[in-house]
Design a protein around this ligand. Structure first.
Ligand code: COA
Length: 160
């Protein structure tokens, strides 16, 4: 059974990410959610907090494991023995960036393929920063994140 990684910042994990993950977990033997210690972003949640939230939201999937990584995604995939990188394509606007990243990753390691899943159409306009912004200004995010993520976001943002 093939092993895949699903890399991302997940600041925080949303229903859109979970939708992609559920689809991937039904296709691949094991999926590692690889939480990036992203140097280009300044995440609201620490890496441990992001991992804890993903773990709590994915406990129903026996073949999903949560890990963290630093550096190149292809190197992490190689290290854990994965031959596939999962990415989500929400809209055509994702395509250019994803195409470039997939080809660059293949250039760096030809034995690792990128496989794209499309989330449910309800999540095509969803992103972690939108969700953070809505909470910051008191809006309702019930449709976009699990209850536990909502509570942690409210705790974190409204304490600031
Ligand atoms: N549902 C909801 N939101 C989604 C989503 C989905 N299905 N898919 C993507 N998004 C959102 C994310 O929440 C994120 O939102 P934000 O920018 O508002 O926080 C945004 O889309 C971008 O997500 P993504 O493209 O997955 O970027 P990322 O920052 O989460 O992760 C890495 C990017 C870490 C996977 C990538 O930079 C990487 O692999 N880095 C390691 C270094 C490397 O190998 N680089 C590649 C060299 S070619």
């Amino acid at each position: 059974m093939k092993l895949a990684i699903y890399p991302g910042t997940f600041d925080p994990v949303t229903n859109g990410h979970l939708d992609i993950l559920e689809r991937a977990a039904s296709v691949f033997g094991t999926v590692y959610v690889a939480v990036a210690k992203n140097i280009h972003k300044n995440p609201l949640f620490t890496i441990d907090e992001r991992i804890k939230l993903i773990k709590e939201c994915t406990s129903q999937y026996p073949n999903v494991k949560i890990d963290q990584f630093e550096g190149l995604a292809v190197d992490y995939a190689h290290k854990v023995g994965a031959s596939v990188i999962i990415r989500g394509l929400r809209a055509i606007s994702d395509f250019d960036y994803e195409f470039q990243m997939a080809l660059m990753n293949r250039h760096m390691n030809d034995s690792i393929d990128t496989v794209f899943f499309m989330p449910h159409e309800d999540y095509t306009y969803l992103s972690s920063s939108t969700v953070r912004e809505i909470v910051r200004f008191g809006g309702n995010i019930n449709a976009f994140v699990p209850e536990i993520v909502k509570n942690e976001l409210i705790k974190k943002l409204r304490s600031k």
